[in-house]
Design a binder for this molecule. Structure first.
Ligand SMILES: Cc1cc2nc3c(=O)[nH]c(=O)nc-3n(C[C@H](O)[C@H](O)[C@H](O)COP(=O)(O)OP(=O)(O)OC[C@H]3O[C@@H](n4cnc5c(N)ncnc54)[C@H](O)[C@@H]3O)c2cc1C
Length: 465
């Protein structure tokens, strides 16, 4: 990811505090893990862009650790390890870069489209899906030689639509939440890793002038469509943080925004039912009598490209198609063809002195080689150069999201195309401005603008129950 998406993925130092308890966080246990990590990631210095190289870990005394991060819990602190991993500055836009790349290679994509039925030839051959356009309510049929169900935590419910006995078994789902605090709890030089009394790691991440804390891991038994973050889950995370980080004073009122998601726990399913390249994630439904259907479950964002490659290897095996070797690990993503990302950002600021440096920094990193489209929109209509976030984001991004990035709802615009809502509610004035701009592009009437605003506010509100 560092290679193919250099503007989105950056190495970042993580400081993992050691403590006498729990045992898993003992200095020597952590150190042996770090040495193994360094050995396994032996190729971490072979990056296309030299600024992306990842150094080996180092060990700090308790005093050194406190000088870097004074808010570490002092009791029990025996030292810390500093190791490097990567952070993605905008996972949603990185996902979009994959979608845009697929388009550039001839894929056809569609959003706001829900699979409601499988198309079958006879009882056993899947030939496509019926999807509902959630905005127009219209149904469409999509045909394919192979259908891949990559519905994540919904995968079992999607399989259930095929209504075959013995499949569509219920997945075990676990929820994970994150909170963003109003104030910074850590210095922005490191991510800070800590461990709960039960031995689960959690991280405090410097995040655009705030601190992002997460995640949790708790079984969720409801329908994934009904999932939402609750006040109880926020309070549980706060208790865990207070028990192992800082002075124990973090409270609900410090939370600016909270969001969560579900993971499918594929490991708990029986291994024999999976035809898998790694950890039973790729499942050929032909073994259940549904030929032409493959189900992909689990994995991580980090390993998703590799998972996709292995899924296509199974497609090749099943169909005998001559697909050639995968090139996706060797080509830049769309908008990411940047050999030296720091030089690219500096140049963007130099070339566009009519925009604030933080605006150019934001645009260069989050839009990569496509940032010129936003700059042109703002030059054609000066109103669109209005800055709407502390990071320097401008209104032109909203127009670009609608015209170029298939965004048709306000939540998509503020949460998945721009960063306007990703730190929580940016304030009524900004939201209204963005809604009216989007409405102008999309022909929304007053009622629709009001509905979009209400939907967005309900997502951005910190839960009170
Ligand atoms: C709290 C949390 C923290 C995480 N942290 C990390 C991390 O730090 N690093 C990392 O690598 N990974 C992390 N992950 C895991 C990572 O987010 C997932 O591996 C990744 O999102 C899986 O992608 P996916 O496309 O398989 O599933 P998803 O991202 O869940 O996508 C499934 C999609 O299917 C759609 N869908 C559902 N039903 C239908 C239907 N009927 N028709 C059409 N579409 C449908 C859903 O709307 C959804 O968009 C984390 C996950 C969680 C929950």
């Amino acid at each position: 990811m560092e290679n193919i998406a250099p503007n989105f993925v950056y190495p970042f130092p993580m400081l993992m505090a050691h403590s006498a308890s729990p045992l898993k966080n003992n200095k020597w246990v952590v150190k042996s893990g770090m040495i193994t990590y360094d050995l396994l990631a032996f190729d971490k210095a072979r990056t296309w862009d030299a600024s992306k190289k990842i150094p080996n870990h180092r060990t700090l005394s308790a005093r050194e650790a406190l000088s870097l991060q004074p808010n570490l819990k002092r009791e029990d602190l025996t030292g810390a390890s500093v190791f490097y991993d990567c952070v993605s500055i905008f996972p949603e836009r990185l996902t979009l870069a994959f979608v845009k790349s697929a388009l550039a290679w001839g894929a056809r994509v569609s959003n706001y489209a829900r699979v409601e039925e499988f198309l079958l030839s006879g009882r056993h051959r899947v030939t496509g899906v019926k999807v509902k356009d959630l905005l127009s309510g219209k149904d469409h049929e999509v045909h394919g030689s192979i259908v891949i169900n990559c519905g994540g935590p919904w995968a079992d419910l999607i399989l259930g639509l095929a209504r075959q006995e013995g499949i569509g078994e219920k997945l075990v789902r676990s929820e994970g939440i994150h909170i963003i605090t109003k104030k910074e709890l850590i210095r922005d030089s490191h991510v800070v890793g800590s461990m709960t009394a039960k031995g689960r790691h959690f991280f405090l991440i410097p995040w655009r002038g705030h601190t992002l804390i997460g995640t949790t891991d708790k079984k969720y038994t409801g329908n994934p469509d009904d999932y939402r973050v609750t006040k109880a889950s926020i309070l549980e995370l706060i208790d865990e943080v207070n028990a192992s980080f800082g002075d124990g004073s973090l409270c609900y009122e410090d939370v600016q925004y909270a969001y969560g998601g579900l993971r499918p726990l594929v490991e708990e399913q029986t291994a024999e039912t999976y035809t898998s390249s790694r950890r039973y994630e790729i499942y050929d439904n032909a073994t259940d009598g549904l030929d032409g259907l493959i189900t992909v479950e689990g994995g991580k964002y980090t390993t998703s490209r590799n998972l996709a490659e292995n899924t296509l290897n199974l497609v090749r095996e099943k169909t005998g198609w001559a697909m050639g070797q995968s090139v996706s690990g060797r080509r830049y993503l769309q908008g990411s063809r940047i050999r030296d990302v720091e030089a690219f950002v500096t140049q963007a600021k130099r070339d566009h002195p009519d925009f604030a440096p933080d605006t150019m920094e934001y645009l260069a990193r989050n839009y990569g080689t496509e940032y010129g489209k936003i700059v042109s929109l703002a030059r054609q209509d000066r109103d669109l150069s209005e800055v709407v976030t502390h990071d320097g984001e401008i209104l032109a991004e909203v127009v670009h999201a609608v015209r170029d990035e298939m965004a048709l709802t306000l939540p998509d615009i503020v949460l998945r195309r721009t960063g306007i809502g990703t730190l929580g509610n940016p304030g009524g004035e900004v939201l209204e401005k963005v809604a009216h701009q989007a409405g102008h592009e999309l022909g929304w009437n007053q009622d629709r603008v009001a509905r979009e605003l209400a939907d967005t506010l309900s997502i951005l509100r910190v839960p009170t129950d």
